[in-house]
Design a protein around this ligand. Structure first.
Ligand code: ATP
Length: 285
């Protein structure tokens, strides 16, 4: 891990602690035995579903916090409510509030970037990005997919949003584009099976019905006893986590309160704004 330094407004050089990497697994909480649950996010996407107040934004914030502290990852945040992800806006390359136009413009740019990255990898005879690659990873976090795909704007625009998002989820992984998307409407119109199955990680917070739990986790899990409908409404942050091909497991997510998020976001913004890698250590002394 290279040493990092920040330059203060008075031009003092201040050494900083090591940062995270988006290639590190992300700590998202503990399992029912109290063991830490850490999920690799690079080359993967995550879908988060559950009823209002289930703890979706809290999980989203935990993942965004890790990405914000990872200087090998850039952030694009879409949040129709603005306040769920708003604290990270100074760390982000793009922060989109309740504007479908801006959301579409962002997804179109990401789509072009994705194609160019693939062209580059093809030229290099490679299949995916690696740590310390020429280009950094991107975390694209969406709080409330349904706002952009089913509520705002015109039908044609919403359809374009859904199709661009689906394309990013389907093709972005190898070029370092990670999509983490949350919805309080786990229904088949918002999360069709063909989209759901593209998310390697799926987290169902409390759901009101077995079928909405199945829409997040995958068809048939409720019948086998894995339903997020069984989670107590008084236990926000508890939910079922599944990965491709795995069995659901009960997880209580880590919770960063507003003050903690704000402090991490400030630190991450400082790192991003002022950090440079130390030249030889002697030059810093
Ligand atoms: N892991 C957790 N541990 C303890 N409390 C939590 C946890 N996650 C969420 N909460 C509590 O639940 C509240 C609602 O959480 P959160 O905003 O993440 O829900 P949500 O599913 O995103 O809701 P909405 O769909 O309305 O945006 C939080 O303000 C917090 O008090």
């Amino acid at each position: 891990m290279p040493m990092l330094v920040a330059t203060t407004p008075g031009d003092e050089v201040v050494p900083l602690g090591p940062t995270l990497s988006i290639f590190d697994p992300v700590h998202i909480g503990i399992d029912e035995f109290g063991h830490p649950v850490r999920v690799p996010m690079i080359y993967r996407n995550m879908l988060i579903g559950g009823e209002p107040g289930a703890g979706k934004s809290a999980l989203l914030n935990a993942v965004v916090a890790h990405a914000a502290l990872s200087l090998d990852c850039r952030l694009c945040l879409l949040d129709g409510k603005q306040v769920e992800l708003g604290q990270w806006r100074h760390c982000a390359d793009a922060f989109v509030g309740p504007s479908l136009d801006r959301a579409l413009a962002l997804l179109r740019r990401l789509s072009i970037m994705m194609d160019r990255r693939y062209a580059y990898l093809l030229d290099c005879e490679r299949r995916k990005i690696q740590p310390a690659d020429t280009f950094t990873a991107y975390l694209v976090a969406v709080d409330e997919i349904a706002y952009f795909s089913a509520t705002a704007g015109k039908k044609q625009e919403r359809e374009e949003f859904s199709s661009l998002l689906r394309d990013l989820v389907a093709r972005g992984r190898a070029v370092g584009i990670i999509v983490v998307a949350a919805t309080q409407r786990p229904s088949s119109d918002i999360i069709p099976t063909s989209l759901r199955d593209l998310f390697a990680w799926r987290f169902a917070g409390r759901c009101t019905t077995d079928s909405s739990s199945d829409i997040v986790l995958g068809h048939g899990w409720a019948a086998q006893g894995w339903s997020a409908n069984t989670i107590s409404p008084t236990n926000p942050g508890a939910g079922l986590l599944i990965d491709e091909g795995g069995t659901p497991r009960l997880v209580k997510t880590a919770y960063l309160d507003d003050a903690t998020c704000a402090a991490i976001a400030r630190y991450a913004a400082t790192l991003r704004g002022t950090v440079r890698q130390a030249q030889p250590l002697k030059a810093v002394a």
